[in-house]
Design a protein around this ligand. Structure first.
Ligand code: FES
Length: 87
């Protein structure tokens, strides 16, 4: 599991291993628009302010993935203990 920090509210949400970031945040009342939920369409794209992303999408280019400045939270996860998101 890992923590997601919502930069605008300062809230921290723990993401369990079997739950996506979008599912976990929806359960906390933070809705992110989704469509494919498979990392293909780009609908759920959000900005990453801190942390390393475990990219599991097919949407971002390798360069975009390597910059760790954006992610597809319907399928991608954290490669660090904590991600700070522009939410
Ligand atoms: Fe399509 Fe996340 S909902 S990439």
């Amino acid at each position: 599991s890992f923590d997601v920090v919502l930069s605008r509210s300062g809230r921290t949400v723990r993401i369990a291993p079997d739950v996506s970031i979008t599912q976990a945040l929806a359960a906390e009342g933070v809705a992110i628009d989704t469509s494919c939920e498979q990392g293909v369409c780009g609908t759920c794209l959000i900005r990453v302010l801190e942390g390393e992303v475990d990219h599991r999408d097919l949407y971002l280019t390798p360069e975009e993935q390597a910059s760790h400045t954006q992610m597809l939270p319907c399928c991608s996860r954290a490669a660090s203990a904590r991600l700070v998101l522009d939410l």
